[in-house]
Design a protein around this ligand. Structure first.
Ligand SMILES: Nc1ncnc2c1ncn2[C@@H]1O[C@H](COP(=O)(O)OP(=O)(O)O)[C@@H](O)[C@H]1O
Ligand SMILES: [Mg+2]
Length: 361
């Protein structure tokens, strides 16, 4: 019998992001954008290991992940033409070996498919953050329902279910006296408004029913020029805010999309206690996050260690106070983050590690 006293082994957590073979060879905890996260985990007594992923060396990544207690993932749904079509099954596979001795994954692909897709806007439209929102499950439903909604509902914003960086997000407006023609503007940087037959635009959107599955249709929020409020969350607790004067879906000035006025402003970061966001924090922590978890059936331990909810200002209420409309949730690759967030991530990771140790005992 082994009677020796063992000091518990330090937990090992992978930090995974996308890169090529050279990036994989050269990655250390100090030479990449996650350096503060590495430092916060180390300060909490957790060993954090860089794991650079690409499809071309997926097997080596899988082997490496299977030696870890946890995996924190920062990979966008679409990056320079590459998707997560191969990464998600790999992450599911390594996570499925849990809890015998293999790692938990944040954000787990199944959790991303619930909260990190545009469909979340539809499934949570009854929450206080919801706007007038519809979902088209098929190209036929889209063709049948969208034209009348566009005529009666004012400008709309269409979003492919899974995307980032403005890809597949469109503002669509009916033109007066031209029933069959629309003005559209893509949210991708550098886009210009275009007028085209509604039929042609609808046909253009049909590929969105492929990979992502559906199209979400949300009322355009006219307070867009007042900027976006990104609420950062670790687990179920707010970890900070970012406010940014974004330019996507705002028509560029006459000088064109390269003009300085057409560029987004900097994102100004704030800690979780910032007084101007006190109401939003309370709404998130006390109402909307618990309601999101209940609606989507996500338990607290499965919420990503870092995610964000992006808000646009909604119409002012009867007292003139701001309201907030959910624009999207980012759960795949939430970065950059406020200065306060790495410590919050480390705290959440520590709790997860403790919980997962308990579950294997
Ligand atoms: N309902 C809306 N009203 C006004 N602008 C919107 C609306 N939804 C999205 N936008 C604009 O489009 C941009 C991209 O949309 P978003 O839902 O954030 O998708 P993604 O960032 O994944 O491409 C936002 O940053 C915002 O500028
Ligand atoms: Mg966005």
């Amino acid at each position: 019998m082994d009677t020796e006293q063992h000091t518990p082994r330090r937990s090992r957590i992978a930090i995974l992001w996308r890169g090529d073979a050279a990036a994989r060879r050269e990655a250390t905890p100090h030479n990449n954008r996650f350096v503060r996260v590495f430092e916060a985990l180390e300060a909490s007594g957790i060993e954090a290991c860089p794991v650079v992923y690409d499809e071309s060396f997926a097997d080596a990544v899988r082997d490496q992940l299977l030696t870890m207690d946890g995996v924190l993932v920062w990979v966008d749904p679409i990056h320079q033409g590459k998707t997560r079509a191969a990464l998600d099954p790999l992450l599911r596979e390594v996570a499925s070996k849990h809890p015998t001795q293999h790692p938990w994954v944040s954000a787990h692909p199944d959790v991303i498919l619930k909260m990190g897709v545009k469909e979340v806007l539809y499934r949570t439209r009854h929450l206080g953050w919801g706007a007038d929102t519809h979902r088209y499950a098929t190209a036929d439903a889209f063709r049948a329902e969208f034209p009348s909604r566009l005529r009666t509902g004012g400008p709309r914003v269409l979003k492919q279910n899974r995307g980032n960086g403005g890809q597949g997000v469109w503002k669509v407006e009916a033109l007066p006296n031209a029933d069959a023609t629309v003005r559209v503007l893509h949210a991708l940087r550098g886009s210009q408004p275009e007028e085209m037959p509604l039929d042609a635009f609808i046909a253009h959107c049909e590929p969105y029913f492929g990979w992502g599955g559906c199209i979400i249709d949300q009322a355009f929020q006219p307070r867009l020029p007042e900027g976006m409020i990104r609420c950062y969350v670790s687990g179920s607790k707010v970890a900070g805010f970012g406010h940014q004067l974004i330019k996507a879906l705002i028509p560029p000035p006459p000088e064109g999309p390269d003009a300085p006025e057409a560029q987004p402003g900097p994102r100004i970061m704030h800690g979780p206690d910032a007084p101007q966001f006190r109401t939003l924090r309370r709404l998130m922590e006390d109402e909307w996050i618990p309601q999101l978890m209940a609606t989507l059936v996500i338990d607290e331990a499965s919420l990503p260690v870092i995610w964000d909810a992006d808000f646009l200002y909604g119409p002012r209420d009867a007292d003139g106070a701001d309201t907030y409309v959910l624009c999207e949730i980012n759960a795949s690759s939430c970065f950059a983050i406020p200065d306060e967030a790495p410590a919050a991530i480390a705290q959440t990771v520590k709790e997860r590690v403790r919980r997962s140790m308990e579950s294997v005992r």
